[in-house]
Design a protein around this ligand. Structure first.
Ligand SMILES: [Zn+2]
Length: 61
């Protein structure tokens, strides 16, 4: 699927992360925000899992 570049209005692939014509990022602020939230969620999950394992193992030592 082709989309228009926000900067130079050339047609670019929606799969391209940057415009091949001007190099502008095609990612919208929303997708960047959602990506950031997803990363945060993944790391938070890892942190909670680690904490859970720690709290589960330590009392048994
Ligand atoms: Zn462009």
């Amino acid at each position: 699927m082709l989309i228009k570049c926000r900067e130079c209005t050339n047609d670019i692939s929606s799969k391209a992360k940057t415009c091949p014509h001007c190099g502008a990022s095609t990612e919208s602020a929303i997708s960047k925000f959602l990506g950031g939230v997803f990363d945060l969620f993944v790391w938070l999950s890892f942190g909670l899992l680690f904490l859970f394992i720690l709290l589960w193992i330590v009392p048994q030592l």
